[in-house]
Ligand binder design. Sequence first.
Ligand code: HSE
Length: 431
Amino acid sequence: MRKINLGLIGFGNVGSGVIKILRERKSYLKDKIGIEISIKKICDKDTTTKRNVPIEKQLLTRNADELIYDPHIDIIVELIGGIHPALELISEALKKGKNVVTANKALLAQHGQELFALAFERGKNIYFEASVGAGIPIVKALRESLIANRFNSIFGILNGTSNFILSLMSRENCSFSDALKQAQAKGFAEKNPSLDIEGIDSAHKLVLLAYLCFGKFIKLEDVFIEGISAVSLSDVTYAHELGFEIKLLAIAKKEGSELEMRVHPTLIPKTHLLSSVNAVNNAIYVSSDLAGNLLFFGPGAGQLCAASAVVADVIDLIQDIKAGLFRPTLNIMQDISIKKLRSIDEFESRYYIRLMALDKPGVLAKISGILAKLGISIASVTQKEKHKAHIVPIVMIIHNAKEKNLRNALHLIDRLDIIKEKTVAIRIEEV
Ligand code: HSE
């Protein structure tokens, strides 16, 4: 085998990065792996816009069939994102005997199980390193390097856009909306920013990481998801004063025989490594029984870092093909100690709470009375400086409480006439 032919579907930002690497490092890679990687065809609905990489016109097509039904193409790289038509294209490619590389976390989070099963049935592979943490080699690490381990938890900062926004709020005292505008101006946010800021992108990635760690494919609708759009600058500031940073964490955590799957803004101690992960960086903190606690860190978005992972997958597949290896994603062992998913109602943690209350006698007594009735214990209370119209922020840290009880308490508290805004509650994670 001297040459492998590649078909690329999706000539956008990351696709152009892949072509750039394969072109500019052609002989470097050939020397390293002993095989030439040839780009046979590139498919995109836009074949006219100039990319930052020169390409011969005849390589471009708008018709994916020209790649999928070409018997000389060995590997299909799918970088169009989204569910349709990526699902149909990948399925057809596998049926036509191609191996597949994709960065499509939304697709794999929702249809991964069926696609991995189809690949298995056809004796082909789907590699997906770029789908989580761009160039950070987390998929390979969990699948291969840590194969002997059992996992206790994963805490991930998995969305660069959200982390960029929270970092600006924390370091430069930006409001949420100003920070979002800056993220958009810098081109970090994807077409639809809600996927990023509402925690959905992080949840997609969490489903994949949990599968790699626990062998269970958790349905996206079973992941508790809360984004960062309700996080205010004052909460970031008060959290600082209490010794915390606010991060959007994606958490898969074993608690006895139950698995928690959740994405939400979280207060983490300033002293923890994850709290210093700033800007568009991602980090995955994995707790394993043999290798201990490991931190994977790096840029979570960007053309060349994501393309680096795609090219690595292509080369991995080439090595498999060369060695006659078949390493299906479906053979990940299930952690049989996990019996069920823990619902968010049953989840317990410490909480940060900010109430906006009238500044008059008896206010704290009313609030603490409701909390006490629901068995919720206050660890600390601070009343902040006077605000407009005698409304003051009261910041509390709550001892370990059940989410259901806390929600019930806040529902009652928010109906009091002394409470003037919806109370903010943010979970605290000791990590
Ligand atoms: N939109 C993602 C992020 C990058 O902001 O992290 C691609 O996964």
